[in-house]
Design a protein around this ligand. Structure first.
Ligand code: HEM
Length: 500
């Protein structure tokens, strides 16, 4: 028995030594423990991944090695390092495993989860055509946003008329309206807010996002758990929701194909994609086929709903918890935008408090505190550390946005921190907050539409409604609901129509 225990201990120690022996070349990090890697140290540091990685980074530095279960990875935790490294071609691949692979039919597909030539071709094509169909054509985008905002305000007013107490649940409140803005450019159509089929698909999408915490769940540390326990690990939920969403989008694409408008006068992203599939049908190296179209549309559908609606919900939460901020915001809006005047984007530069509220909401909400990892394409050395091909690299934006030296009292919601002594936006701080879209080669392709929608909706809603906590009920928590994107837990709001 003693021999057995001694042998086991020796084997364990040898494993620890071997596993940690390549440390001279890789960035510093906590001691790797057999089987668990650093999963225990991460769990002990904090319940949430962002703060946990941040606490470890304070000890090991802004370029840190972490072994999550069986996977050696690198975590970047400062603005300068993330900016510098994410602009490198050597770091432009995507780490795609588990839920990403299930979603992408186990292939290199679409924009979000793809790598290499497919990613380059599809990203370039999608970006160029989204620009053509409105993403960076201010007038087109503004008109779509103004129309949608009007529909939405009317919808909220109707909802309030029907409710006895003026209390509205913020659960999925913005989803459909925000989706309509992006979807107009993808398929030239909008969905009515009470469309039961679409509500069903949006629920499936929520399930997908919440069934998986890509970064911190134990099944990511130990991928085999997803096959062993498909129900408990959330894998079945992912497969169910993905199957439903794919059916839905496939149906929409078939409609576009049947109409054949793409052959004569392409109207939207799907049309130009269908045209491209036909023109490259005989090219064996093409990145354009029906499956790629399906997954690219799924990318835009999922990213388009979840992110912008999340940030709007977070902002309403911060406003009801900080009525003084809402009052100042309303004061600026009513001073700057005359009654009945259309809200346009060029107001943003003349409205520092509104702009500061947007920046502070991004900083404080951190809807993607640790984004899906990039992957090292080919070996390179940075600050003397080896970045080995195939290693996943995570950007810890939480560490940037909650850094106490940069943002004193970081938990406090305070737009004032972005306004300098002369009453203008502090440009350097504003630039740092843009890290929520991650800089560099894979920068979010929806940044311009997300930012303009955020501005228009915030202004339009605060101009028309007053948002308050529900009297007599506990104040909603600002602790996030963990998923691929962090959302607020569903909360109720008392909404009053302003008499202006
Ligand atoms: C508040 C809103 C949003 C935030 C904070 C956000 C954030 C991000 C982040 C952090 C990434 C990862 C970038 C990287 O890996 O380096 C990303 C990628 C992406 N986003 Fe967004 N996003 C938002 C809105 C949108 C919208 C509205 C769309 C829809 C068009 C969109 C489409 C995408 C796509 C397709 C990618 C993948 C880019 C690639 O891998 O090359 N996003 N976004």
């Amino acid at each position: 028995m003693i021999v057995f225990i001694v042998t086991l201990t020796m084997a364990f120690l040898l494993w620890v030594i071997l596993d940690n022996s390549n440390r001279r070349k890789s960035p510093p990090g906590p001691l790797k423990i057999p089987i668990f890697g650093n999963a225990l140290q991460i769990s002990l540091a904090d319940n949430f991944t962002g703060p946990a990685y941040y606490k470890l980074a304070k000890k090991y530095g802004d370029v840190m090695s972490l072994k999550t279960g069986t996977m050696d990875s690198i975590v970047l935790s400062s603005y300068e390092v993330i900016r510098e490294l994410f602009s490198k071609d050597e770091l432009s691949d995507r780490q795609c495993d588990g839920p990403g692979m299930d979603r992408n039919m186990n292939r290199n597909m679409g924009v979000i989860f793809s790598s290499g030539k497919i990613w380059r071709d599809l990203r370039r094509f999608t970006l160029r055509n989204l620009r053509d169909f409105g993403f960076s054509k201010t007038n087109l985008m503004e008109n779509a946003q103004q129309d949608e905002l009007q529909y939405f305000k009317d919808f909220v007013k109707e909802k309030l008329k029907k409710s006895e107490d003026g209390v509205v649940s913020m659960d999925g409140f913005f989803n459909l309206s925000v989706l309509n803005i992006v979807w107009g450019m993808i398929m030239s159509e909008r969905f009515p807010y009470d469309d039961p089929k679409l509500k069903h698909y949006i629920r499936l999408n929520d399930e997908f996002f919440l069934s998986n915490n890509f970064v911190s769940s134990w099944s990511l540390y130990f991928p085999f758990l997803r096959s062993w326990f498909p129900e408990q690990s959330g894998r079945n939920a992912v497969l169910r929701s993905v199957a439903g969403l794919q059916d839905f989008i496939r149906g929409l694409i078939q409609d576009c194909r049947r109409k054949e408008i793409y052959k004569v006068n392409p109207q939207n992203l799907v049309d130009v994609f269908l045209e491209k599939i036909e023109s490259e049908r005989n090219d064996p190296n093409t990145s354009f086929d029906d499956d790629q179209l399906l997954i690219t549309m799924l990318d835009v559908f999922q990213a388009g709903i979840e992110t912008t609606s999340n940030i709007l919900s977070w902002t309403i939460l911060f406003l009801i918890l900080n009525p003084d901020v809402q009052a100042k915001l309303y004061e600026e809006i009513s001073r700057m935008i005359p009654k009945g005047e259309q809200i346009t984007l060029d107001y943003k530069n003349r409205m520092p408090y509104t702009h500061a509220t947007i920046l502070e909401a991004h900083r404080r909400a951190q809807i993607i505190p640790i984004a899906i990892a990039h992957k090292v394409v080919s070996d390179f050395v940075y600050r003397g550390y080896l970045f080995k091909a195939g290693t996943p690299v995570f950007a810890n934006t939480y560490a940037v946005l909650m850094n106490e030296k940069m943002w004193p009292n970081p938990d406090k919601f305070s737009p004032e921190r972005f306004i300098d002594a002369s009453g203008n936006i502090d440009k350097k701080k504003a630039e740092i907050v843009k890290i929520v879209f991650l800089p560099g080669k894979r920068v979010c392709i929806g940044e311009s539409v997300a930012e303009s929608t955020f501005f228009m909706y915030l202004v339009g809603l605060v101009q028309t409604f007053q948002f308050q906590c529900v009297p007599g009920k506990p104040k909603p928590t600002t602790e996030p609901q963990v998923g691929f994107a962090y959302s607020p837990h569903p909360f109720d709001v008392l909404i009053k129509v302003r008499d202006n």
